[in-house]
Design a protein around this ligand. Structure first.
Ligand code: CIR
Length: 255
C-alpha cells in the first residue's frame, strides 16, 4: 500500500480564476508554478507518489484538483462542479482514478465540489455553499450511505468551501475557523481552533502523521505542534490569490 497524490499543473490562465470571497489581484504564474512544484515536493516528503493529471486546457482553476472528486477507500465519486467554468475539469481526473477505485458520478442537476466534503472516519460532512446544492448532497448520500457512511450537511458562512473552514488532522482531530462554521456541527470530534489573527488558517492537508501546511500561519502552526503534530511548511501565497489552499491542490489516497 502506498500514498498517491494526484495533482495538476497551474494553468497559464489562472488569473481568470473564479473568485467568490476575495478581490482579484494579479497572479504571477511563474511564482505560482514554483510554489506548486515545492508543494508537490512536500507531498513526496510526506511519503506520496505524485502523479500529475494531464492539463485541462482553458480551465483557469484546474490546479484545484480536490474539487473534482471525493476519493474514499471503497469508491471515488466524480463531482459535478458548482462553477460552470470548471465543469470540464473532471473527465481526465476520472480517467486517472479509474485504475484505483470503482467510480460513481454526481449527475445533473446536482452540483458538488470536493472542497465541500470533509471525511472524518465514517462521518462525512457536506458544506452548504454556493457550489454544492441539495441534489448534490442527496446524490452523495445515496452513494455513500450503503457503504456505511453517515452523511450530514453543515451550514458554512463567509468562505468558499467547508474545507476553507474545517479540515481533518491525524487522529480524529479537526482544525476549525469558528467564524465560518460552528464547531458544534462536529460534535464528538476534538476541535483545534485557528489562531484568531490567522483568518485563513483552517485548511491543512493531513497525510498519515504529517501535515502539509502554509508557512503563512505560524501561530496556528504552534497550536498544531503543541499537539505533537508534524508540520511540513509550504509557501502557497501566490496560489492563495486564486482562493485555494493546501488541500485544494491534490487528491491524496492510499492504493
Ligand atoms: C474556485 O473558486 O473554484 C477556485 N478559484 C478556488 C477553488 C479552491 N478549492 C478548494 O478550496 N477546494
Amino acid at each position: 500500500m502506498c500514498w498517491i497524490a494526484l495533482t495538476r499543473e497551474v494553468s497559464q490562465s489562472i488569473e481568470r480564476c473564479e473568485l467568490t470571497h476575495m478581490d482579484r489581484q494579479p497572479i504571477d504564474v511563474g511564482r505560482a508554478r514554483a510554489q506548486h512544484a515545492a508543494y508537490e515536493q512536500a507531498l513526496r516528503d510526506a511519503g506520496c507518489r505524485v502523479k500529475r493529471v494531464p492539463p485541462a486546457t482553458g480551465c483557469p482553476d484546474s490546479v484545484f484538483v480536490e474539487d473534482t472528486a471525493v476519493v474514499l477507500p471503497e469508491i471515488a465519486v466524480i463531482t459535478r462542479l458548482g462553477a460552470l467554468s470548471r465543469r470540464s475539469e473532471t473527465p481526465a481526473v476520472a480517467d486517472a482514478l479509474r485504475e484505483y477505485r470503482p467510480l460513481a458520478e454526481i449527475e445533473p442537476p446536482g452540483t458538488l465540489d470536493g472542497g465541500d466534503v470533509l471525511v472524518v472516519g465514517r462521518r462525512v460532512f457536506i458544506g452548504q455553499t454556493a457550489r454544492t446544492n441539495s441534489e448534490g448532497l442527496g446524490q452523495i448520500r445515496s452513494i455513500l450511505a450503503p457503504l456505511g457512511y453517515d452523511v450530514k450537511s453543515v451550514p458554512v458562512h463567509g468562505c468558499l468551501h467547508l474545507k476553507s473552514a474545517a479540515t481533518a488532522l491525524t487522529g480524529a482531530l479537526l482544525l476549525v475557523q469558528p467564524l465560518w462554521v460552528d464547531p458544534d456541527a462536529f460534535h464528538g470530534v476534538t476541535v483545534i481552533l485557528v489562531d484568531p489573527d490567522e483568518v485563513q488558517a483552517a485548511n491543512a492537508l493531513s497525510i498519515g502523521t504529517q501535515i502539509v501546511y502554509p508557512a503563512a500561519f505560524p501561530k496556528t502552526t504552534e497550536r498544531l505542534a503543541a499537539r505533537g503534530l508534524r508540520v511540513l511548511p509550504v509557501d502557497v501565497d501566490e496560489i492563495a490569490k486564486a482562493e485555494g489552499a493546501v488541500t485544494c491542490c491534490s487528491l491524496v489516497f492510499q492504493a
